[in-house]
Design a protein around this ligand. Structure first.
Ligand SMILES: NC(=O)c1ccc[n+]([C@@H]2O[C@H](COP(=O)([O-])OP(=O)(O)OC[C@H]3O[C@@H](n4cnc5c(N)ncnc54)[C@H](OP(=O)(O)O)[C@@H]3O)[C@@H](O)[C@H]2O)c1
Length: 246
């Protein structure tokens, strides 16, 4: 497929490199001139392009930038897009660590709902609940007993199908969690967030969660806040807490 990636940080580079290895044609852009991505192009095999070019003739576009930067993307970015362009977003909301308080987001507390409203196109939320290092190192063939599952949420069934195929090709079991309004199940603070768990374990944890955001909101947002404190104080300890399932 022809795939565009917006954002050339840890996650953007990791996805670019993995997708190029699978044989996809990948373009990558950041907020600056393509020349600033010469090293990224060399190391990933993706083509460095401008933001205007990164959407052109693509079947899939992956947005992998800090959540607070989403409103800075050009307002008409998706104006001339094909009707069936798949727009994937990987962002997470970390107000005290990186993004600052975003009052409109705080109203619902659902990160991806806010992103979708900002972009004004249907999005697929995935690759947000797994670390880039896990994508890079822990992919396994289909059927492997230890294969990690990756959560996907979207209001667009066809976009979810195409995204699931990419997740599977990268070596992970795709799991459809439902629509964007339910994507809180995979956002920071959730018991499935960045835990590198199998399909079976992921389903078990989802079944143990209420389907009702009003019941889960306090639990998930409190956990995210605690994790932000730990990430700031001691990042290796935070990574260990994910492994220990705390
Ligand atoms: N890293 C992970 O393991 C991981 C895991 C799950 C989810 N995520 C999420 O994925 C997103 C990206 O994470 P990251 O770790 O890759 O971040 P990062 O290393 O900080 O990289 C951010 C990238 O976004 C680009 N960017 C920022 N604003 C932009 C704009 N307005 N237009 C175009 N490009 C822009 C930056 O380009 P410039 O240098 O030009 O500003 C940079 O290339 C975040 O929302 C994060 O929460 C990351």
């Amino acid at each position: 497929m022809n795939i565009g990636i917006i954002g050339a940080g840890e996650m953007g580079r990791c996805l670019a490199s993995g997708l190029v290895k699978l044989g996809h044609k990948v373009s990558i852009a950041n907020s600056r001139e393509p020349a600033s991505l010469a090293d990224v192009a060399l190391s990933t095999g993706a083509t460095a392009v401008s933001l205007n070019e990164v959407i052109k003739d693509k079947q899939v576009v992956i947005i992998s930038i800090p959540l607070k930067s989403v409103p800075d993307l050009p307002k008409n970015l998706f104006k001339n897009m094909f009707g069936d362009l798949v727009v994937i977003d990987t962002a997470n909301y970390y107000p005290s660590l990186r993004d600052g308080i975003l009052p409109e987001l705080e109203e619902t507390g659902i990160d991806s709902l806010w992103v979708q409203q900002q972009l004004n196109v249907p999005i697929v939320k995935t690759f947000n609940s797994i670390l880039a290092t896990s994508i890079q190192n822990l992919g396994r063939p289909k059927g492997d007993a230890d294969r990690i599952a990756i959560a996907i949420s979207s209001d667009d069934a066809n976009a979810k199908r195409i995204t699931s195929k990419l997740v599977d090709e990268l070596g992970f079991d795709p799991v459809d969690l439902g629509n964007i309004a339910q994507s809180w199940k995979q956002q920071p603070g959730s018991p499935i967030y960045c835990r590198d768990i199998t399909l079976k374990e992921l389903y078990k944890r989802i079944e143990n969660m209420s389907n009702d955001w009003s019941e889960m909101r306090e639990v998930i947002l409190t956990k995210r806040k605690a994790n932000e404190v730990l990430m700031k104080a001691d990042y290796p300890a935070y990574l260990q807490s994910l492994k220990d399932n705390l």
